[in-house]
Ligand binder design. Structure first.
Ligand code: C2E
Ligand code: MG
Ligand code: MG
Ligand code: MG
Length: 292
């Protein structure tokens, strides 16, 4: 933003600083507004959880769902997690949000299991900042106990780029979760750095290939080679792999050729609210969700 403003200012031959300042003020104001609204959002019940199904690539059988937080602010309308999660992390609020999401998601998963007569996996995103908090694993255990959800039906998704900052304490927390029986997925794989060293020290069950690779796959040969190789590597390490952001039949076909285990993306379904999810499961009889 700032760069663009500077550029524009220079181009117009006007006072750079004026342009630069205006743009910065806008960014700062928006951020402080979000900070202010975030402080009360949880208490005011402004968050919701949406669910996106994950399917077995080969059969279309539903493996489970990823829980994704949604925030509809009465003052500002819907605000994307891409925007507010980093701010919540900075403010130290992320643990409250993530635990609230986990509680809702586990409750729903137990309901779905009763309703549909079979278990599903529930994947929940956890800010890696939380892993260094002392009682993280204990809190997860408490949520499982309260909701009566089996630990093996919970998968925790962590994004590798944040892990590096506190690797030692994060590793300890992840091993505690692993000993409870909870599954661990490495999210957005390929976008961070030193990805491969994590595979040695972390108790990973699942790897999620970032959507930027999946979406570049059909046109760019580098993305194609990378995606195919990641799938191969993950299998050789004995883990499962999920491809994120699958939007086309062509992408699905390639992933199937390479024996990718699971797929998730708009081709099957966007993240949906609970009632829509129930319809979706019922309609598809647990099979491949019809493209919309
Ligand atoms: P993520 O964990 O990688 O989640 C996948 C994101 O990709 C979601 O965006 C989802 O809506 C989007 N997506 C799924 N399929 C497709 C597709 O086919 N095409 C495209 N273009 N996008 C697709 P969303 O819901 O906006 O979430 C963004 C990020 O915010 C998440 O990325 C995750 O890192 C974070 N996030 C979401 N919910 C939570 C939460 O409860 N706690 C924490 N800590 N982070 C969360
Ligand atoms: Mg995720
Ligand atoms: Mg994530
Ligand atoms: Mg991801």
């Amino acid at each position: 933003h700032a760069d663009m403003a500077m550029y524009k200012a220079k181009e117009l031959g006007k006072n750079n600083y004026q342009f630069f300042d205006c743009d910065m003020i806008e960014v700062v104001t928006r951020k402080s507004l979000i900070e202010q609204l975030l402080r009360t959002a949880l208490d005011k019940n402004e968050f919701a959880v949406h669910y996106q199904p994950q399917m077995a690539a080969a059969t279309g059988d539903i493996r489970g769902f990823e829980a994704l937080v949604r925030w509809d602010s009465p003052e500002r309308g819907p605000i994307s997690p891409v925007e507010f999660i980093p701010i919540a992390e900075e403010m130290g609020l992320i643990a409250y949000i993530d635990q609230w999401v986990m509680l809702q998601a586990c409750r729903k998963n137990v309901e779905f299991q009763k309703r549909f007569g079979r278990p599903y996996l529930m994947s929940v995103n956890i800010s890696a900042l939380q892993l260094k908090q002392r009682y993280f694993a204990e809190n997860v255990e408490a949520i499982l106990k309260e909701t009566q959800m089996k630990p093996e039906h919970l998968e925790i998704e962590i994004t590798e780029s944040v892990l590096i900052e506190s690797l030692e304490s994060s590793v300890a927390a992840l091993w505690k979760l692993e000993s409870l029986g909870v599954k661990i997925a490495l999210d957005d794989f390929g976008t961070g750095y030193s990805s491969l060293s994590y595979l040695k020290v972390l108790p990973i069950h699942t790897l999620k290939i970032d959507k930027s690779f999946v979406q570049g796959m059909t046109s760019a040969s580098a993305e194609k080679a990378i995606t195919e190789s990641i799938i191969d590597l993950v299998h050789k390490l004995g883990h499962g792999v999920v491809a994120e952001g699958v939007e086309t039949e062509e992408q699905l076909a390639l992933l199937k050729t390479w024996n990718c285990d699971f797929v998730q993306g708009y081709f099957f379904s966007k993240p949906v609210a609970e009632d829509q999810l129930i319809n979706l499961i019922s309609d598809t009889n647990n099979g491949l969700v019809a493209p919309n």
